[in-house]
Design a protein around this ligand. Structure first.
Ligand SMILES: Cc1ncc(COP(=O)(O)O)c(C=O)c1O
Length: 390
């Protein structure tokens, strides 16, 4: 199989099964005692993910936490960081935001008695273009100014593979007095980030794409240090966010842990966190700088092969510059929709795994951890054969 679907579901680390089996074994042997006596005790289990996650997003260890899944975390973050009032009550997103993000934002607006038609700003690319321009986003943020409560943007756009120039966007949002949040579903483990230095307010992610933590794996969250002790800010609380030293004293009054951990609600899902630990260990060993270097070379190689072999048949809608994208290339197939879809089905039958987004986009992601240059060459060979022969 030629696997180019890591932007959707990353492949299984060889060490993942052992990590899960360890927890199953400790549960079998120890039952409830595993909370303290497992080889990796379960009560602080999620904390083992924090150093690796912090490194990947460029945050401090106490600014990150592994918990829940992406959309749930987005809601929890908006509860705390989308606090509209009579004048500052708009949210800016991109027009092709992942639907779950849009549903979450619209439902939060409605929860506050606001109407998406008036309070949701959806930024579109310019006419004839498929990706967003930083200057257009900044201009709109500045124009909305004091009406803007939240700017929510992707680190890497899921459909086009565009990696936004995040730092100036965060700066513009914060200058306008808005909160700035990021959806890092397609960025974490893919592009290097410095969320702390960039002053990002919050970010959320899933771990099943570039992080290779498995289907439905535990997601994560970044909350900037400046909110770490902000106990007055509303949040939805649960016992796992309560001061660890007193968690089992069952005090009825909530006392949040300082930092991102204070946003936890429930005890961590050990079986879905175990593969994340396996995966993070690999990222720490390989290092993001080396992975990014290979990624840029691999994706650049795929880009050049496609441009050379399929001129006019495929339009690469992902930005052409390596700095403006991650691993993924999104290919608009210049064929009638039904025919393009048939090509995609044929490629899947031949063992090339990517994915299709209506109406015309084939997404392929060469992943530096497990794809080779030979894989890329073979994938473009199959693509060429599928598109040249109707
Ligand atoms: C960009 C983006 N945001 C949000 C989600 C939703 O993730 P979850 O089901 O973990 O909430 C996805 C899922 O693929 C995604 O790609």
């Amino acid at each position: 199989m030629l696997y180019f679907g890591g932007h959707s579901l990353g492949l299984q680390p060889k060490s993942a099964a052992g990590m899960v089996e360890q927890e199953l074994g400790d549960w079998r042997r120890l039952g409830v005692l595993g909370h303290h006596d497992a080889a990796r005790p379960w009560i602080p289990y999620h904390e083992r993910a924090a150093p690796g996650l912090a490194e990947l997003v460029g945050g401090l260890v106490n600014e990150v936490v592994a918990m829940n899944s992406l959309t749930v975390n987005l809601h929890l973050m908006m509860v705390s960081f989308f606090r509209p009032d009579a004048t500052r009550n708009k949210v800016l997103i991109e027009s092709s935001a992942f639907p779950s993000d849009r549903y979450a934002v619209v439902s939060q607006l409605e929860f506050h008695g606001l109407d998406a038609a008036r309070h949701l700003i959806e930024m579109k690319p310019r006419a004839g273009e498929r990706t967003l321009r930083t200057e257009d986003l900044i201009e709109r943020i500045e124009r909305e100014g004091s009406a803007l409560a939240l700017v929510l943007l992707p680190g890497v756009q899921y459909l086009t593979g565009q990696s936004l120039d995040i730092e100036p966007l965060i700066e513009a949002g914060r200058r306008a007095g808005a909160m700035v949040g990021l959806d890092l579903a397609h960025a974490i483990g893919n592009t290097p980030m410095r969320l702390h230095d960039w002053n990002c307010d919050f970010a959320v992610w899933c771990s099943y794409k570039y992080l290779n933590a498995g289907p439905g794996a535990v997601g994560g969250c970044f909350v900037h240090e400046r909110y770490g002790h902000d106990d007055e800010r509303p949040r939805f609380a649960g016992w796992w966010g309560h001061n660890q030293a007193e968690r089992f004293l069952y005090d009825p009054t909530f006392d949040p842990i300082a930092g991102a951990q204070g946003w936890q609600i429930s005890n961590p899902p050990i079986l879905s966190t175990a593969p994340l630990l396996a995966s993070l260990e690999i990222f720490q060993r390989a290092g993001m700088p080396a992975l990014r270097k290979k990624s840029m070379a691999l994706t650049g190689f795929m880009q050049r092969l496609i441009e050379h072999r399929l001129p006019g048949l495929v339009d690469i809608i992902t930005p052409a510059h390596a700095q403006e994208r991650g691993c993924q290339l999104s290919l608009a197939i210049a064929r009638p929709a039904a025919e393009a879809k048939r090509c995609q089905l044929k490629l899947t039958a031949q063992g090339l795994v990517g994915d299709w987004r209506e109406p015309d986009v084939l997404r392929l992601a060469p992943i530096p951890l497990y794809n080779s240059f030979a894989d890329v060459f073979a994938a473009v060979d199959l693509l060429t054969a599928a598109l040249r022969v109707p």
